[in-house]
Design a protein around this ligand. Sequence first.
Ligand code: SF4
Length: 369
Amino acid sequence: MNFRIDQVWVGPDVVDEPMTKSIVQKLGNVEVLEGASVENGMRKLVMEPDPFRRGKRIIRLLKFKGNVVRPCPGTKSYVCCGLEILHIGQGCPMDCAYCALQAYLNSPVLDVFVNIGDMYAGLSEYLEQNSGQFHRICTGEFTDSLALDPLTDLATGLVSLFAEIPNASLELKTKTDQITPLLDLDPKGRTVVSFSVNAGQIIRKYELGSCSLKQRLNAAAHLQENGYKLGFHFDPIIPYPNFETDYYKTIHDIAVHVRPESIAWVSMGVLRFVPQLKDIVLARFGALPFFHDAFLRGLDGKLRLHVNRRIEVYKKLTGCLRDYFPQVRLYLCMESTHVWRQALGIEMENNDQLAEYLNEAVCCDDDSR
Ligand code: SF4
């Protein structure tokens, strides 16, 4: 695994879980804390100058309680894609300066939910109870889908499971290239492995610990040869002066590695963030130029660039994406019908319409099943 782990904290009710034993065994000589030592460990950690940085080297094994599948936290004010989140854990060993999790999560460590028997049972029950609709389910909203997979081995089980489910698809979202175990499987058209991508200089300067663009695209190329559909998420797009040149280069690089027909979707989202993230980022990374642009408070309370500026940015990238991938299924993350119309020339009236537009990429490919 690419990520260094210094400690494992084991929750009291997961000591005997098979995944607990397997993770502890794989990590070998790493220090393992249990019982009161875990609470002491957390007390000490939160007193450190940057608990997040140190917390990225600590795995806490926990039991997940509650609904394992939940709607992505979208907002009524914008068109949302209807993605649902399967909770496998929260926190991420990489350290992107703009990462929203810094403001959302109330714990700095990497939580891994190890009661996977309950997770599979909850997932099956949920899909049976909601069998009248198609579900796009993703594991990469509160963590990276593959970053800890060498320890958890979750992805292979999920790919195999979703290959047999008639009314759902899986999206694994990552900034890593840890895809080797997936190559032995037949996803039957039901798994999209999606890569968050950005301008080269944003990746190099601000996505600490992540794979390079080249590594991500090499992984994507291997996956397409093994029957996986691919997604690319340009999010957050950071419109620094002459940004488009670097983003066009990234689009060109995708085209060099990936065939258009392998791509299920490409999303775009201009940088937006909850106000408190700005102070957190300032304390952890210093003053970053792009956090001090002319942001306005959007309908969801997040800080966003002016709508006309966002439209201008989307139009530029849309033009380039359509040059390379004329048929690509493009979508915007949390934007209004007005922005859809102006930037993409698409009348996207509501959430259901967007969900249907994306479902077509993964639910109608019966030949591959
Ligand atoms: S890879 Fe994603 S989850 Fe991990 S730090 Fe970066 S933005 Fe956050």
